[in-house]
Design a protein around this ligand. Structure first.
Ligand SMILES: Cc1cc2nc3c(=O)[nH]c(=O)nc-3n(C[C@H](O)[C@H](O)[C@H](O)COP(=O)(O)OP(=O)(O)OC[C@H]3O[C@@H](n4cnc5c(N)ncnc54)[C@H](O)[C@@H]3O)c2cc1C
Length: 371
């Protein structure tokens, strides 16, 4: 078997940098029953259970939430935010169930969220709390804003394995490296055409033509949508139609590297509800707890993540400093974020080529909703 890879590295949206930061996939989402858990066990790749982002969707208990006063929200106030959000989510599901039963035309999820919030007439703080939880679930997990999601079906087929999340001590790249052992991989080889019209498959690439009995195409949806590969004969109508209709979201990260840790050693995730939640990340993840490194990671999904891609390095640094100072006070230093290699932010490239692979570290868009 031969693998043809456009970039100058393997892994695609899995990419662990030299400091052990996963710029793309990071968690085994749901540890119990997840085939990835079985795989890493078989490959003897070390990992630990961290609760991960399930600690703010499922086990919200272990999350420290910083509120608008930049203080840790007391337990009661924290559960109040969750109760409000749960109410809205139940109401959304109730209305969606009716809409599906009556076969009503679909609408963007945001229309119904706004309707429910208008009816509830919450005060500013309560509405922010609901929007915060929606941003956790939609913007940072599904990787799309409610404006880009279906009201009737946004949750359709979304299943999570049990027992919270785990992280790999050596980064997700360890899985890719282990799986790549004994494989023949051609890097910087961009597939341009796949011709199945004459028995054997003929694959034309930027580096010549390959022939094979069979070919397995695993390029991202964005590459298929952009028609980067010419299929001859064309893909069946049903597949072309699905490629056209399906969408995908965006998830970006900002990794903040420091010379030393100035935050509590034992806390893995800090919830951030200090400012307008639609414009700021919902969580700050500490790599001290999981990897013993003085690095904090911010997740920015959907429109917020896409906006960040357009910011200057200076603006990213100012923004990140605001977030960490809100939580940790003035002792939170300006991160060694730029110039590289001390800091990273990811960017989206839907049609990776060797050229784009050599620009800023990046991860491609996240398929939504099944990251
Ligand atoms: C920031 C971020 C965080 C994420 N976090 C998690 C997480 O915590 N847990 C999780 O489970 N998932 C996570 N995901 C999602 C996960 O990374 C992806 O679902 C997964 O890596 C996709 O794998 P893939 O092989 O389908 O596609 P990719 O990893 O995108 O691989 C496709 C490969 O095809 C190559 N390619 C494209 N076009 C061509 C061409 N014409 N010729 C040759 N090669 C080509 C690309 O270079 C790439 O290497 C995250 C994604 C992102 C972006």
């Amino acid at each position: 078997m031969r693998v043809l890879e456009a970039r100058d590295r393997i892994g695609g949206r899995i990419w662990t940098d030299g400091d052990g930061v996963d710029l793309g996939a990071h968690w085994i989402h749901g540890t119990e029953g997840n085939p990835l858990t079985e795989l890493v066990e078989q490959l003897e790749i070390p990992f630990s259970y961290v609760g991960g982002d399930s600690s703010y969707t499922g086990g919200f208990d272990s999350l420290i939430l910083f509120g608008p006063d930049r203080q840790i929200a007391p337990a009661m106030a924290k559960s109040h935010t969750l109760e409000l959000a749960d109410k809205v989510l139940h109401e959304l599901e109730r209305r969606a169930e009716i809409a599906r039963r009556r076969d009503d035309p679909d609408r963007p999820l945001v229309a119904v969220v706004d309707e429910i919030l208008a009816e509830a007439a919450y005060g500013y703080a309560d509405e922010q709390a609901v929007r915060y939880h929606l941003n956790v679930i939609l913007r940072e997990d599904v990787a799309e804003d409610p404006g880009g999601l279906s009201f009737k079906y946004w949750e359709d087929g979304y299943r999570v394995y049990g027992y919270g999340d785990s992280v790999l001590h050596l980064g997700y790249q360890a899985v890719v490296e282990a799986l790549a052992r004994d494989l023949t991989i051609e890097l910087e080889t961009v597939v341009q055409q796949i011709d199945t019209s004459a028995g054997a498959v003929r694959v034309t690439t930027s580096r010549g033509v390959y022939e094979a009995d069979k070919v397995l195409v695993t390029v991202p949806l964005g590459v298929l949508k952009a028609n980067e590969i010419d299929f001859s004969p064309p893909l069946p109508e049903v597949k072309r139609h699905a490629i056209e209709r399906l969408g995908f979201g965006t998830l970006n990260k900002i990794a903040l590297h420091y010379d030393e840790r100035f935050w509590p050693a034992d806390q893995y995730v800090f919830g951030y509800l200090c400012r307008e939640t639609d414009s700021y990340p919902t969580v700050v993840i500490s790599m001290w707890k999981s990897h013993g490194k003085p690095i904090l990671v911010l997740l920015l999904g959907a429109s917020l993540g896409r906006a960040m891609e357009t910011w200057t390095d200076e603006k990213v640094s100012d923004y990140a400093t605001t977030v960490v100072r809100d939580i940790f006070g003035r002792k939170a230093l300006r991160p060694n974020i730029f110039p590289e290699p001390h800091g990273h932010r990811t960017r989206t490239h839907t049609a990776p080529t060797p050229a784009s692979a050599s620009t800023l570290p990046h991860a491609t868009s996240t398929p939504s909703p099944n990251r």
